[in-house]
Design a binder for this molecule. Structure first.
Ligand code: HEC
Length: 245
């Protein structure tokens, strides 16, 4: 009995250690921070339009892209994904590949309208640790009290609709990235509108007071108007704009 108690106590201590991460350190990247086990080291690269960098423990490496241009989640057809909340912010976590050779990625919907955030790793060995690192990412406006644990069974069979796919299926008939077609060029829209405004425009257009720019676009387009997409989610709009900005 004494022995069993001891084993139980050890298990309890181990479980506590691995879930509360008291021995994890905080890595500060400037616009955001995250937590990782001690052996993980920060790495930085030179980006052109964005702040890119990552972290590695010598075996697994994660890299992020924080910039005005989003990176599309490009996963193969074996992928699964789930919508999640990471420290109060909406996110999508996607996974593909075989056990011990996985590609895992996270896309977080930022309150800062100018930026997109994306982090991923290829050929990963220790996926549970990587998922915990994803869950620890926080921005100055994050709310660390809202961070439900990841439930593995919540991963849905994918593949995740990427920004490119969503754009081509829903928007490309009328919009191009860099030039005006029936609708204005996406690059131009991205200069005047933030993603929350675009989400409102697409999903609940009547709630928006048309301004002089919208009125000008409507005049130019004549009888054609933008399609209403009440079913698009915020994360889907985020991915479309990540691809099409
Ligand atoms: C049938 C053609 C058509 C499709 C499909 C379409 N649009 Fe549009 N879009 C337009 C036209 C025309 C305008 C300008 C007139 C207007 O406001 O309706 C416009 C305007 C917009 C604007 C607002 C510009 C502004 O600042 O007032 C946004 C944002 C936009 N489209 C995004 C999208 C996205 C994203 C998709 C796909 C999910 C999409 N549109 C699909 C034709 C289309």
């Amino acid at each position: 009995m004494k022995y069993l108690c001891y084993v139980w106590l050890c298990c309890l201590m181990f479980a506590c250690r691995s879930t509360t991460h008291t021995d994890w350190k905080t890595i500060d990247y400037g616009p955001f921070k995250l937590k990782a086990p001690q052996e993980w080291k920060k790495i930085t690269f030179k980006g052109i339009d964005s702040y890119v960098g990552g972290l590695s423990n010598g075996k697994d490496t994660l890299s992020f892209d924080y910039g005005i241009y989003g990176v599309d989640m490009d996963l193969d057809s074996s992928g699964t994904y789930q919508e999640d909340t990471i420290n109060g912010l909406q996110a999508v976590i996607a996974m593909s590949g075989e056990e011990r050779n996985k590609h895992v990625a996270v896309d977080i919907y930022l309150k800062d309208q100018e930026h997109h955030f994306f982090m991923s790793g290829f050929r990963l060995d220790d996926v549970p640790t990587v998922l915990q690192i994803f869950k620890s990412i926080y921005f100055p406006y994050s709310d660390t009290t809202i961070n439900p644990p990841i439930v593995m069974t919540k991963f849905q069979r994918g593949p995740l609709a990427t920004g490119k796919w969503l754009f081509q299926m829903n928007c490309a008939a009328c919009h191009q990235l860099g030039k005006k077609m029936m609708g204005p060029a996406m690059a131009e829209i991205g200069r005047y509108r933030d993603k929350d405004w675009i989400y409102q425009f697409l999903t609940n257009r009547d709630a928006i007071q048309p301004d002089s720019l919208t009125i000008a676009y409507q005049k130019e387009a004549g009888s054609i108007t933008c399609v209403r997409f009440p079913g698009l989610t915020k994360m889907e709009v985020n991915r479309i704009l990540g691809y099409a900005k």
